[in-house]
Ligand binder design. Structure first.
Ligand code: PMV
Length: 359
């Protein structure tokens, strides 16, 4: 068995604007998806997932998601979950040149789903790494990022940017501008995440911004102003010592930029009442800054606060379901120790748990 894990991410700056060629700075955070893969002696793929959404699911299928597994759960959930795993499996088979390799796969994740934290990218990145290693092939994190992007691109009908998959594979802070993806130095930023328990519709939100931008010059200016904030934010990070704790001055300036970025995203119509409440709760609790992260519409906010105050404030905020600290994840995709076997490996049959969702 090979076990790999990969982190989720927050956008420090730049979501939505990145779709129009502006730079963005996503940062990997210490919430990980872990994928365990064992090679089978046939060409079937059996997947067990826990903690993804509604407890987890166990399904067996052969070939592709075309032959949908026979389980009593809503089709979109199975298809969404299986689509990502299937695409990761295809990438691994292709990378290793073993088109009919079969696998037992087990997925665990502590990244909220579809909430702007890159849960699907982390599953795909960890899945490709574990499955290729199981086939005796070791890809570089950059190769994994590329293949994970292809996988997401396929599943999301061309709507994926490289941000999530690159950040998850490489770890740390990264800069994405079109196809140009790089890692950048950043100190250990004290992220606090608030989650409203929901998720936004990325496709609809991206379309909404596109329409506004095409219709109004001031909306187009708003998008390019987000790009300006990203560039200034990058300068701050470049001037900081990545090996030292971030100074109050740096946090305060970065936080101010995050607040500005959130205001512009709000103007572009991608915030929501619960996201705004959480942003304000964090600010009032003393965070240096706070903004929504990802597509918006619901899901997560990210605040900068080295103290416990924002997390406490968020926990008492109506509409906030969960609040947690998530330090910058220095490591991207990595190999984990397989668990000690106690006879309950994912290869065993008979666990008819619920279906989860891996969007
Ligand atoms: O919600 P997420 O993490 O999938 O982020 C979406 C970010 C957008 O910029 C809105 C779209 C994209 O593909 O970059």
């Amino acid at each position: 068995m090979t076990v790999s894990s990969a982190p989720g991410k927050v956008y420090l700056f730049g979501e939505h604007a990145v779709v129009y060629g502006e730079p963005a700075v996503p940062c990997a955070v210490e919430r990980r998806a872990t994928v365990s893969v064992s090679l089978r002696d046939d060409d079937h793929v059996r997947v067990r997932a826990e903690d993804l959404s509604l407890n987890g699911f166990t399904v067996e299928y052969s070939g592709s998601t075309g032959g949908r597994p026979d389980v009593d759960v809503p089709a979109p959930l199975v298809e969404a979950a299986m689509g990502y795993i299937d695409a990761a499996v295809e990438q691994a088979r292709d990378a290793a040149g073993v088109p009919d390799a079969g696998f037992d796969i087990s997925v665990e994740s502590d990244i909220p789903l579809g909430a702007g934290l890159g849960s699907s990218a982390a599953v795909v990145v960890a899945g490709i790494d574990a499955a290729t290693r199981e086939l005796g092939v070791e890809l570089s994190p950059r190769e994994i990022a590329d293949r994970a992007y292809q996988a997401e691109y396929e599943v999301q009908d061309g709507q994926a940017s490289r941000a999530d998959t690159f950040c998850s594979a490489m770890g740390g802070a990264v800069r994405v501008e079109g196809d140009d993806c790089r890692t950048i130095d950043a100190p250990a930023l004290p992220f606090v995440i608030g989650f409203d328990g929901g998720a936004g519709d990325t496709g609809a939100l991206v379309s909404g911004v596109r329409e506004l931008r095409e219709r109004y010059d001031f909306a187009a200016d708003t998008v390019s102003t987000i790009g300006d904030i990203v560039r200034r934010g990058e300068e701050l990070l470049a001037d900081a010592d990545p090996d030292e704790e971030p100074t109050e001055e740096l946090l305060s300036e970065l936080g101010g930029f995050m607040n500005f970025n959130h205001g512009l995203l709000e103007a572009l119509g991608v915030s929501s009442r619960s996201l705004d409440s959480m942003v304000w709760a964090a600010r009032e609790a003393g965070a240096h800054g706070a903004k929504l992260t990802g597509a918006g519409g619901g899901g997560c906010i990210v605040a900068l606060d080295p103290t416990p105050e924002s997390q406490t404030g968020l926990r008492f905020t109506p509409g906030c379901e969960d609040a947690f600290r998530a330090e910058l994840a220095i490591e991207g995709v990595r190999v984990e120790e397989p668990p000690a076997t106690d006879g309950d490996e994912p290869t065993t049959d008979g666990d008819d748990t619920l279906v989860g969702d891996s969007t």
